[in-house]
Ligand binder design. Structure first.
Ligand code: PMP
Length: 413
């Protein structure tokens, strides 16, 4: 189809050993990066080097390989801090992922600060990870939850209704929806929270891997993301928190590493961010995430975003020609993340995904941990194709052909 790619995708794919494998005799077409991305050799190599060359616990040893492990672990923190433009690496807390980061804010901040009748403001397009922790806190404190609605036709938040919501203590919202693809106006939402003297928390699981995110420019108080969606290992993620807030918060978990002194009667806490990193951390994961950030920086986040936008536009153009196709979320590629959730007539999402799998195409089907979105869209499930820096325009064409083939099988012509 002769589209010019903004990235040297062939070279990038060469860094991902998984793309040399076949599925059912066909090349693997991986369109599920919104669930988890693939990993380049450089990340696997960084993890391997840690385990094979200087494996030891961090922060405790005086011997040289432990010092090396500590240096690499803390160097990864500095890389991530620069990547999101935090003021200091002290604002970067290593956690297991977005879910744990949001729970940390819920338990270490909201549980202690909220009282009966206080309001928590969320949006209707949240992943369960940004709903359930707040429901748990609301049950415990008697706080109430309100939701900013989205328009079911264009998938955008109804920001013209924003000023209905007053007197809330915290606004937590997704930067980019993992179902609708909608990219929210994070700066505007943060500003609105601050005008109301509330904290602004961002679930950036679908944003940080795909676009330049600058926490100082956005002005948020907390921001959560996962390593495994941005070429890094599983089991590592980040909570960014403004230093003053992290300083005033109580720890989330107690144990080793997060203490300064422990007496039988009481304990005192380590400095931030270590105050929030109880127990032996995921050293290999953090080092691997540092390597993933190096990789993304080398390619350039602006170019990755442009590439994904071009793939999304291509897919939207092709999908529109498929009979019975229903696409959810904004129809402009520039307004959405590189993912498309859709249904074709009344083919069940799982049936469609199974047929695509027969062509070696990996897509996700179901509610994508966002049941309230599906309830509002009046569909129990959608099929979702999601793109990343290693996907090609040819793969979009293969996907389109495969969907058409499935539709034919179901006699939708
Ligand atoms: N929020 C959003 C928007 C997501 O897409 C995801 C992952 N599907 C999460 C939160 C949860 O991320 P994790 O499972 O890595 O904690």
């Amino acid at each position: 189809m002769g589209r010019v790619s903004l990235l040297n995708v062939d070279e990038i794919r060469g860094d991902f050993p998984i793309f040399s494998r076949q599925v059912g005799g066909r090349p693997l077409i991986y369109l599920d990066s919104a669930a988890t991305s693939q990993r380049p050799r450089q990340v696997v190599e960084a993890v391997r080097r840690y385990y094979e060359e200087y494996n030891s616990n961090v922060h405790r040893g005086v011997y040289s390989i432990s010092v090396e492990a500590t240096e690499e672990y803390e160097r990864a923190r500095r890389k991530i801090s620069r990547f999101i433009n935090a003021k200091s690496e002290r604002e970067v807390v290593f956690v297991r992922g977005t879910t744990e980061a949001l729970n940390l804010v819920a338990y270490a901040w909201a549980l202690r600060k909220l009282r009966k009748g206080d309001k928590i403001l969320l949006t209707e397009m949240e992943h369960h990870s940004n709903i359930v922790p707040w429901q748990l806190i609301a049950q415990h404190t008697g706080a109430e939850i309100n939701y900013i609605p989205f328009n079911r036709y264009d998938g955008k938040l109804e920001l013209d209704k924003l000023d209905r919501y007053k007197d809330f203590k915290i606004l937590s919202f997704t930067y980019a929806s993992n179902v609708l693809g909608t990219i929210n106006d994070a700066k505007r939402l943060v500003k609105y929270a601050h005008e109301n003297n509330a904290l602004a928390v961002i679930d950036a699981a679908q944003a940080v891997p795909h676009m330049r995110v600058d926490v100082q420019e956005i002005g948020c108080d907390f921001l959560a993301f996962s390593g495994h969606k941005m070429l890094g290992p599983t089991g590592i993620g980040v909570l960014y928190g403004r230093r003053e807030l992290l300083e005033e918060m109580q720890p989330f978990m107690g144990g080793g590493e997060m203490i300064r002194e422990v007496h039988l009667s009481h304990s005192t806490w380590n400095e931030v961010p270590w105050k929030f990193e109880a127990g032996t951390p995921n050293v290999a994961g953090a080092i691997g995430l540092g390597a993933a950030v190096d990789y993304l920086e080398r390619i350039g986040m602006e170019r990755i975003r442009e590439h994904e936008e071009s793939l999304t536009k291509h897919a939207l153009d092709e999908f529109e020609k498929i009979k019975g196709m229903r696409i959810y979320g904004p129809l402009e590629a520039g307004e959405r993340a590189g993912l498309i959730a859709f249904n074709v007539a009344d083919i069940h999402a799982h049936d469609l995904a199974t047929l695509l799998d027969e062509d070696g195409i990996c897509v996700r089907a179901g509610h994508h941990c966002a049941m309230p979105i599906h309830t509002k869209l009046e569909t129990p499930a959608t099929t979702r194709a999601s793109f990343y820096l290693y996907n090609t325009h040819e793969e979009i064409e293969r996907l389109t052909e495969s969907i058409k083939k499935a539709a034919k099988k179901f006699k939708i012509t």
